[in-house]
Ligand binder design. Structure first.
Ligand code: PMV
Length: 329
């Protein structure tokens, strides 16, 4: 018997970085997933093969034996072990596991692949060990794994991957999320610059602006708040023109706090030049992905124009389910 679980990636429509400073982000789960296939072993070893990270190895009695990717693999897999151990602690018994991880979410591109991995693992293990963990608990366990990777994550990535849909997220709210229910798919296209970046480093760039210019930074946060409120209205009204303009202003603020990059700026400018409603970086920036709001009938022309300036163009829709797990005999 094995369990197959799947957790979606995400894109941040508005509010990356500002969400760390208690502002509200608007975030959407996308139909790109991390898949975990998990089964029990006869011994007590934990065997992980992550196609996504390009590493494979065995954790046995506190020691790591690499199969692929050398000893570096241990560091890459450690955040996953944190999540696995947290679930096993709830189970109360040590068991051996075979875990296979694959994904169609680009890695280190701001689309939430690390959080989706942890979420899929927690949900898959809960199913395999018949723990019946709630989404709330799965989300909390995945967050622990994110802390190991990003130090002070806002929790937005693991939350959207757990619940799916279109959410408002504010780490200061009691329940952290409010669902945004709309009856249409926001027409977005993603372009991956192909330049990997580190979320922690990007967050520290913004932190240094905050430390050097605290008053100025507060003004930026105030402006972002207005963008957010207008964006909620534009989404509800399905006013794509207004929504696009607001994305452009948000991109201006992200540029101001130092997290855009030459690759992102080029993609943003081409998209706007070719008639998109708006464009901005998504996620931590410094590389990773750009998102652009563009009518469906123009999307393929735009794809042609930007594909020579990026690694990959992705067409995505909203995932409304969040994480799922099922037993396969
Ligand atoms: O890891 P990314 O690229 O999806 O960025 C996460 C969003 C940030 O706001 C930059 C960081 C955070 O913890 O919210």
């Amino acid at each position: 018997m094995k369990v197959i679980s799947r957790a979606p990636g995400k894109l941040i429509l508005f509010g990356e970085h500002f969400v760390v400073y208690d502002k509200t982000a608007i975030v959407m789960a996308i139909d790109r997933y991390v898949y975990s296939t998990i089964s029990l072993r006869k011994d007590k070893d934990i065997h992980i093969n992550s196609e996504t990270l390009g590493v494979e190895g065995v954790f046995s009695n506190g020691k790591y034996r690499p199969r692929k990717g050398g000893m570096e693999g241990k560091e890459k897999l450690q955040p996953l072990m944190k999540c696995i151990n947290a679930v096993l602690a709830i189970y109360g018994k040590r068991v051996g596991l075979n875990i296979q991880i694959s994904s169609d979410i680009p890695v280190a591109a701001g689309l939430g692949s690390s959080a989706a991995t942890a979420v899929s693992l927690a949900a898959g293990l809960s199913e395999l060990l018949e723990l019946g963990l709630s989404k709330e608990v799965i989300n909390r366990l995945a967050y622990e794994s994110e802390v190991m990777i990003h130090y002070t994550p806002s929790g937005v990535d693991n939350t959207i991957s757990t619940y799916g849909g279109l959410l408002r997220y504010n780490k200061g709210w009691k329940n952290k999320i409010r669902r945004l229910r709309i009856k249409y798919d926001i027409p977005l296209l993603i372009a991956d610059t192909g330049r990997p970046r580190n979320t922690g480093v990007q967050v520290s760039i913004v932190r240094s602006i905050y430390n050097n210019f605290p008053k100025l930074f507060l003004e930026i946060l105030r402006v972002y708040d207005k963008i957010y409120r207008n964006a909620i209205n534009a989404i509800k009204k399905r006013d794509l023109k207004e929504l696009g303009l607001l994305m452009n202003i948000n991109q201006g603020l992200l540029s101001a706090v130092g997290v855009s990059s030459i690759e992102l700026d080029i993609l943003v400018n081409i998209a706007l030049d070719r008639g998109a409603y708006g464009a901005k970086l998504t996620g931590a920036g410094g590389g990773g992905c750009m998102i652009t709001l563009v009518d469906k009938d123009r999307a393929h022309d735009l794809e042609k124009s930007i594909s020579k300036y990026c690694k990959e163009v992705l067409f995505v829709s909203t995932d409304n389910k969040g994480v799922t797990a099922k037993i396969v005999k």
